[in-house]
Design a protein around this ligand. Sequence first.
Ligand code: GLU
Length: 304
Amino acid sequence: MDYQQIIENIYEKVQQYRQIGKQADYIPALEKVNPDQIGVCLQTLNGDQYQCGKADTRFSIQSISKVFSFAMAFALEGDKLWNRMGKEPSGSAFNSLVQLEFEHGIPRNPFINAGAIVVADILLSHLPNPESDFLDFVRCISQSETVNYNFSVARSERSCGYLNAAITNMLKYYHNIENDIEHVLQFYLLMCSIEMNCKELSKAFICFADHKKEFNYANVHLTASQVKRINAIMLTCGFYDESGDFSYLVGLPGKSGVGGGISAIYPQRYAVTVFSPRLNEKGNSVVGMKFLELLTTETKESIF
Ligand code: GLU
């Protein structure tokens, strides 16, 4: 398969979608990002890397970080973690408060904000140095020592993060938060603020593409079966209220973020990341969705 040629062709085809949608502006620091960029990197399991456009430009990974934090918490707690959250698609917005109240403080899954905030609480309870332990893990899987938090993005989001604060308070009310709520909220936002480029993200996601062997990176150890299950949750819950559409159009497990990134996995073969900041009304990158739809259609490679 000539992936370089394929991604270059698709890169040309998606240019027509470059101006559609709007970048996230509810986080003031994200408003300043140039909205018309497109970056792509596809990394195969045997180490080949193919790239196009702004593959070296770092961006705010936002909710893509939820895969990494969940992997860490799953390694620490195993199935015990399911006492505190579910694994069903939410069918509602990623920051919905209504559903959380209706379900008495048990988030639907680890990839909506409420679930990821509980995951942040679990990490705070277990890790001796949560901030550096999480960063070390992300640096290890992305093979990049310079990947870092963007503290000003985290602060900027905190300054107007009323909804996430409300979610954290409600979780505490239902006894689903053990630590100080302000500490949990700040740690959650800090994890979202990590900046990576398409190459680094594809390297990180390729670690989840091999379901036949154990996952051992930094201090995070997962069985092959746990890695398979993380992929299952990405497929059913990775795209907010658009997970069904993504599965229908693309057919790969993956995770998106409001910074405009989408990383997806074709198990046993490759991980691919597309970055383009303009989002559709569900919060997913317009170009990212289209790019991946064309990729799996043209290569006929998807899990279905
Ligand atoms: N930090 C963002 C929030 O909590 C992440 C949202 C996202 O990427 O989905 O709203």
